[in-house]
Design a binder for this molecule. Structure first.
Ligand SMILES: C[S@@+](CC[C@H](N)C(=O)[O-])C[C@H]1O[C@@H](n2cnc3c(N)ncnc32)[C@H](O)[C@@H]1O
Length: 302
């Protein structure tokens, strides 16, 4: 198992995602001989998990659960929160606009809980590299350990330092730079130096528009082009069965006696069916809240 590659069977040492119900999942370190209590009873790792196929339904003492292969998307939904994190809606836009692809070199700060980092790693695998900078020592240490457990550690360098003071620790190597820190404008110059001389893309995530304004000013001063800020708001449509009333078009003035009688017979037949059922989708009643603004820019070839 690796977060960047698919395996068929659950093995000792894997991190699997246990799906309990549509609104409940948990990550689990699989260890031979270990047991985990779930709401459906005990899961015995050696008997119930190891050797079983990812995606399959496995037994617990009082029911069953699904064992899922870990992915960055599932990790984002189940990871232990040590900070605010980025979710798949913003991550998908970031991945596309930063043009992440296999072999790319990316610089990121702060690492936080590693939600975005895992998505970056899957996109740049197998030969890319992520340089991630986190100034909180314990967070840097825990996320490094998680990368190792998730078997993507060889693709990441975690630096425990202040990105605004010391930058990313690399120059002229990055294809893309990502900032999720309170004062991104202080790291824009370091982002510029980390990007390749042939150019690259930068993105900054900020919840407040005042932060966006200062970041855009710093990007302009540093010579970035194609500066653009946006917000991604997701609307998931629900599938529903709706009853639609049949319209009554009233009397048709041009009908003769026979046609009126035929029409009355039709109406009597339809009386028991004054509406039709249709399977359709409906927009959500509530629009999800604001997470933050994404500001993108390009470093031109120098
Ligand atoms: C909101 S979290 C990042 C979350 C991350 N994008 C994720 O998806 O899990 C911000 C992180 O930036 C770190 N940070 C803030 N300022 C920093 C700086 N100047 N240098 C390095 N890290 C910094 C914080 O310690 C925190 O862990």
């Amino acid at each position: 198992m690796s977060f960047a590659e698919y395996s068929e069977l659950v093995s000792d040492g894997d991190v699997a995602i246990i799906y309990l119900s549509h609104d409940s999942m948990m990550p689990l370190k699989v260890q031979a001989g270990a047991q985990t209590q779930t709401r459906y009873g005990v899961l015995r790792h050696s008997q119930d998990l190891i050797g079983h196929k990812y995606g399959s339904k496995v037994s617990c003492s009082r029911g069953w659960v699904y064992v899922l292969h870990p992915t960055p998307e599932l990790w984002t939904l189940t990871l232990p929160h040590r900070t605010q994190i980025l979710y798949s809606t913003d991550i998908s836009m970031i991945s596309m606009m930063l043009e992440l692809k296999p072999g790319a070199v990316v610089c990121e700060s702060g690492t936080g809980s590693g939600s975005l980092s895992h998505a970056i790693l899957r996109s740049i695998a197998p030969s890319g590299h992520l340089h991630t900078v986190e100034f909180h020592q314990q967070r840097a240490h825990i996320v490094e350990e998680e990368f190792r457990e998730h078997r993507v550690g060889h693709m990441v360098t975690v630096r425990n330092q202040d990105v605004c003071l010391l930058g990313f620790g690399v120059t002229d190597v990055a294809d893309a730079v990502f900032l999720d820190i309170p004062s991104p404008w202080d790291a824009v110059g370091h982002g510029y130096s980390a990007l390749k001389r042939t150019g690259g893309r930068i993105c900054s995530f900020s919840p407040c528009i005042e932060q966006v304004q200062r970041t855009c000013a710093a990007l302009t001063d540093r010579g970035f082009t194609e500066i653009c800020s946006l917000e991604v708001l997701l609307q998931v449509h629900d599938v529903r069965t709706l009853a639609l009333g049949l319209p009554d078009f009233g009397l048709a003035p041009s009908l003769d006696q026979d046609q009126y009688q035929a029409r009355d017979r039709d109406q009597a037949r339809e009386q028991s069916q004054t509406s039709v059922s249709i399977r359709t989708t409906t927009a959500p009643r509530e629009i999800p809240g604001h997470t933050g603004f994404l500001t993108f820019a390009t470093k031109p070839r120098t």
